[in-house]
Every structure is written in C-alpha cells, then in structure tokens.
Design a protein around this ligand. Structure first.
Ligand SMILES: Cc1cc2nc3c(=O)[nH]c(=O)nc-3n(C[C@H](O)[C@H](O)[C@H](O)COP(=O)(O)O)c2cc1C
Length: 160
C-alpha cells in the first residue's frame, strides 16, 4: 500500500447520495468525495466519477441534490453505490422520492438533503468537482448518519 492509499484509507466521513435530473432523465449515485468548501458565501462541493451515469446527467444539470443517509440505511447505499443505471437498473423505481427544484429527485429515505445550483466544475482527475450554491436544505431525520467505514467494502457499480 502506498503512503497515499494508507493515508486516505484511515479517513472516515459521511457518505452522500447525489441525484440529478435533465430532460426527463434521472440519475443518482453514492458519493464519498464531498464537503463544505466555503462558509460565506455558503458553498458545498461533490466529486463525481466520469465513469458514472450520474456524472453524464449531472454534467447537463443546473442543480444537484446531495443527501445524507440515516446510519442504518445500508440498503439505500447499496442501491445507489453498487448498482448503475448503465446496466438498465431504474434506481428511482426502487425507492420513494419526490421531484425538487428543476425536477431533481429528493429521496424519501434521506436523513437530510441540500439542493444546490451548479456554479462551477473542476476537472482535476478521474472525478469532477461540482461547486454548489445552496438553494434549499432540510433535515428530515436528525441523528447519526451513514459513514464511509460502514460501506467501504461495497463493490461500486462502476470502477472509478
Ligand atoms: C463507498 C463508496 C464511495 C463512493 N464514492 C464515490 C464518489 O465520491 N464519487 C462518485 O462519483 N462515485 C462514487 N462511488 C461509486 C458510485 O456510487 C457507483 O459506481 C455507482 O454504482 C454509480 O452509479 P451510476 O452509474 O448509476 O451513476 C462510490 C461507491 C462506494 C461504494
């Protein structure tokens, strides 16, 4: 294991499901690379793999939704992290959701969500950063959220 791999494998942080919608198409995937990037103005960034169906839809979307999950929502994490819409799976037929701003799916099973307008994209490697300006955010289920260490052994639907 390289020093870099050892460093990042020792980290733990919340995981999120990022959803997008464009021209009637919906997509969403589990995301570990995400975080607040400014306090004033408020900014949040999520990093999407170019290999994912979600990236292809998000690249054409004006807004994205970022969800945290309750600590026991392993099935939801598996749905969005281990399956890909590229293999014909309709993730949104398997879990409750409602349309948010610009039609972006808001997951009924989320602990909290944030909808943000895409201000910028940063292509620095195999993942692209989407800088979000928060439009709305809600906390549906306050409490402990699902963490990376709980799902790190899932086989991702797409290799990065
Ligand atoms: C623990 C874990 C963390 C992940 N982190 C990210 C991430 O930060 N960004 C990303 O684009 N994909 C990430 N993935 C991979 C996607 O969630 C996965 O490939 C998904 O099946 C893609 O679905 P899609 O092709 O329908 O978009 C992660 C997967 C797992 C299991």
């Amino acid at each position: 294991m390289s020093g870099f791999e050892g460093f990042v494998q020792a980290l733990d942080y919340p995981v999120h499901v990022v959803t997008a919608a464009c021209s009637g198409e919906r997509a969403g995937c589990l995301v570990g690379f995400a975080g607040q990037t400014s306090i004033d103005p408020p900014r949040f960034t999520v990093w999407l793999s170019k290999a994912n169906r979600t990236y292809a839809v998000a690249a054409r979307s004006a807004v994205l939704a970022v969800h945290t999950l309750p600590h026991d929502a392993l099935a939801l994490a598996r749905l969005f992290g281990a399956l890909t819409e590229d293999e014909g799976v309709d993730k949104f037929a398997r879990t409750p959701w409602t349309p948010g701003p610009e039609g972006v799916p808001l997951l009924g099973g989320a602990a909290a969500w944030l909808v943000g307008r895409v201000l910028d994209r940063a292509d620095w490697g195999d993942h692209v950063g989407f800088l979000l300006d928060p439009l709305d955010a809600r906390q549906a289920r306050p409490g402990p959220v699902l963490m990376y260490r709980q799902v790190r052994d899932l086989d991702a639907g797409h290799p990065a």
